[in-house]
Design a protein around this ligand. Structure first.
Ligand SMILES: [Zn+2]
Ligand SMILES: [Zn+2]
Length: 376
């Protein structure tokens, strides 16, 4: 794992490259090193796989966020990026290579099962909900199979017919004249749009599409440790596929509200704790608010302002192992009183006098001010 190259390096993009830049960089590399144009070239083969693996992660906002936070470790334990199936890549190759590797061979069969479209959604969480995880419900508008026509798109009592032009294949073969002679090529059937079926009388509910948009509530189990800006993939919850293909995924982006006192940085939590100057001088037991309620902490006598201490395990659970938690860092800020009663002032003056008496004792070192006075 240690010698694994940085994914950004592999694609030759900077860490803040846009989604489009990442896609462009991958597209260029993949085109250059594609096995079809580099047969039996081990180096190209390696570069192609490397780039594909990098894009698998950086091209997916969810995985990219994890990679940015944890590096390769995010994918090292099981189901790593390298061993993922590249089901999504079909779409990319369809888009990318259709033009470059032309011919009918790579053209997708319109009757093949195709995964449905992904949908994006977002949800706002309270600070504590993100820290400890929460079950939520989101509402999303998604296509469902039209009930009256059972998805056929044909009016009740009628049914879709096999397209007379393509005889149901969705494709039409045609001859093309090229420099090398006549080549048989394939294109999508215009008559049925590639579905292989024609509908004479359309269903009045779905107007022939076979699907209707519906508002749907979906339960989501948000894992403990999720952070602001991260995305959760809800597999198979988005738009339905065609020809028996799976549904697309919902990409749920998380927004986390700020806490009034606690500041989160990754798995650690930071807190500024005001203490009185008396507590700082004499030492005290203080009660510190944490994610788990207040905990007692012993301030040592003579604590300076901005001293920081750590409460181990009081931070945020790790996203991939919620038994391990970050820490809470507490910075004590000494609160100097602005208003004192006459009695308080009296006591403090007394304190000051005792202190200067100590300074003036012959065996004690002279204070800085005394030295200054002596100089004149
Ligand atoms: Zn047709
Ligand atoms: Zn219908």
């Amino acid at each position: 794992m240690a010698d694994k190259k940085d994914y950004y390096e592999v694609l030759g993009v900077s860490k803040n490259a846009s989604e489009a830049d990442i896609k462009k960089a991958y597209r260029k590399l993949a085109k250059e090193h594609h096995p079809d144009s580099n047969p039996d070239n081990a180096e190209s083969d390696h570069r192609f796989n490397e780039a594909t693996e990098a894009y698998e992660v950086l091209g997916d906002s969810d995985k990219k966020a994890k990679y940015d936070q944890f590096g390769h470790a995010a994918f090292s334990n099981g189901g790593g990026a390298g061993s993922q199936n590249y089901s999504d890549m079909g779409d990319i190759f369809g888009d990318f290579f259709g033009d470059f590797f032309g011919g009918g061979s790579r053209r997708r069969n319109p009757n093949a099962p195709t995964k449905g479209a992904d949908l994006r959604a977002s949800i706002q969480l309270d600070f504590g909900e993100a820290v400890f995880g929460v079950d939520k419900e989101i509402q999303i508008t998604v296509s469902e199979v039209c009930e009256p026509c059972s998805g056929s798109g044909a009016k009740k009592g009628t049914s879709a017919e096999t397209c007379a032009v393509c005889h149901g294949s969705g494709q039409v073969r045609f001859n093309q004249q090229t420099l090398f002679g006549t080549v048989q090529n394939v294109r999508t059937c215009n008559s049925c749009g590639g579905s292989g079926k024609t509908i004479k009388e359309k269903c009045t509910t779905c107007y022939g599409s076979g699907f209707v948009k519906q508002k749907k509530k979906i339960s989501v189990s948000i894992p403990a440790g999720i952070d602001h800006g991260q995305t959760i993939r809800l597999k198979g919850k988005a738009e339905p596929g065609t020809n028996g293909g799976p549904r697309g995924d919902i990409l749920l982006t998380i927004y986390v509200k700020e806490h009034k006192d606690l500041e989160r940085r990754g798995v650690d939590v930071f807190y500024n704790m005001p203490i009185s100057f008396i507590q700082a001088v004499l030492g005290a037991e203080i009660e510190v608010p944490t994610l788990d309620g207040t905990v007692k902490y012993e301030i040592k006598a003579g604590t300076q302002t901005h001293t920081r201490f750590r409460l181990r395990g009081k931070g945020v659970p790790h996203l991939n192992n919620n038994k391990v938690r970050g820490d809470q860092y507490v910075t004590v800020i000494i609160d100097v009183p602005k208003k004192l009663s006459a009695a308080q002032q009296e006591k403090l003056k007394e304190f000051a006098e005792i202190s200067s008496d100590e300074m003036n004792q012959p065996n004690k070192k002279k204070s800085f001010f005394d030295k200054v006075k002596d100089a004149f």
